[in-house]
Design a protein around this ligand. Structure first.
Ligand code: ATP
Ligand code: LTN
Length: 330
């Protein structure tokens, strides 16, 4: 089984990223040959600070290992270190259509608020399709917000296969049962997000304990008092229940019955404590790893070598199937 996922080295990573991303990466790496990519090429689709990108790339690598990725078992690498990704994006960009890219809701949301929108932001899902397809990926662990992009990757794979002959495995998205879309604590109608969210409603993975407790305590909840999961009527409480499942590994029903006769106050205070407990060892490990930039760079270099080897045959096949001549025997 081949596993692939990508994560952007922009902004401070939050509990939503942990739920839909990091924790699923650590769990799925046990199931086969896993590739986890720091997608720096995706991060330059919106205006960015070059110096910031460099440090954030190493920050994210440290966080990936701190949340449980094993560098011996998984291939952790930086997208721009493996040129096949940019090449695949060009080739697949000639298979994807403007019509399908225009339907992407993430593009509409992100482009809607900007004066100047890059071509890269529009073609972003094609680069993502290339990331996945280059590794003959079977499963892609992601959050719910990436569902539409994953469907597009599948469509592109199928179209390429039927036009040029079977080249790609058609990948399947894997979403957490609970916590596939962690919502902003202040605006439970919107997903928790670095780019679009409210900082007071976003629990960052590196937040100190007091900040975490305060954010949970001041989370927006409805006026009832029952701790039950009902996303339509009780968006805020449902979100906190899902956060509790992420922190403790319990199911939604287990959390509901544990708090059957407790009020919101007790529940919120326990959710705060549970998240602090989840984050403490991650933060400790993160700081330890982040202190040694040279070691992180060495690990990423090793990852890039493995990723280059793994992706090269598929890229070659893409060129051949599409009818390109190839340089011989150098
Ligand atoms: P953001 O909205 O914070 O800028 P993003 O989705 O643009 O995040 P990444 O950090 O690359 O970008 O996302 C990494 C992983 O986290 C993806 O699999 C994504 O689906 C998942 N993810 C992001 N936000 C949430 C959320 N609120 N709940 C669950 N999963 C999420
Ligand atoms: N678009 C994703 C990041 C991403 C990705 C990928 C996820 C880029 N390439 C390949 C899974 C597989 C995001 O914004 N979270």
């Amino acid at each position: 089984m081949k596993i692939f996922s990508g994560i952007q080295p922009t902004g401070a990573k939050h509990l939503g990223n942990y739920s839909g991303g990091f924790r699923q990466y650590a769990a799925t790496q046990e199931q086969g040959d896993a590739f986890f990519c720091i997608v720096d090429l995706h991060s330059v689709t919106v205006p960015h600070d070059p110096e910031d990108l460099r440090t954030r790339t190493l920050d994210l690598a440290a966080l990936m290992f701190a949340t449980g990725l094993d560098p011996e078992r998984s291939t952790v690498f930086v997208q721009s270190h493996v040129t096949a990704h940019a090449e695949a994006a060009w080739l697949l960009g000639c298979v994807a259509t403007i019509g399908e890219l225009r339907r992407m809701t993430q593009f509409k949301d992100k482009a809607g608020t900007r004066e100047s929108v890059s071509v890269g932001l529009f073609t972003y899902p094609v680069l993502m399709a290339g990331d996945i397809l280059l590794y003959q990926t079977d499963i892609v662990p992601i959050g719910d917000d990436q569902r539409q992009h994953l469907e597009l990757s599948r469509d592109i794979a199928e179209r390429f296969n039927s036009r040029f002959g079977k080249t790609f495995t058609v990948p399947r998205g894997v979403y957490p049962e609970a916590g596939a879309r962690i919502m902003d604590l202040q605006e439970p109608g919107n997903k928790m997000s670095t780019t679009g969210g409210n900082p007071q409603g976003t629990i960052y993975l590196l937040d100190p304990p007091e900040a975490v407790r305060k954010k949970v305590k001041t989370a927006v909840t409805d006026s009832g008092r029952e701790v039950v999961h009902d996303t339509n009527e009780k968006a805020g409480i449902s979100n906190l229940i899902e956060i509790m499942t992420v922190a403790t590994g319990e199911s939604i029903t287990e959390v509901e019955s544990r708090y059957e006769s407790a009020g919101y106050g007790q529940f919120k205070s326990d959710v705060g404590d549970a998240v602090v407990e989840l984050l403490a060892p991650i933060q400790a490990r993160y700081h330890e790893l982040r202190d040694d930039s040279a070691e992180l760079e060495r690990m990423l270099t090793h990852g890039a070598t493995k990723a280059r080897e793994a992706s090269a045959p598929t890229l070659e096949k893409m060129y051949e199937r599409m009818g390109f001549t190839r340089p011989k025997g150098e």
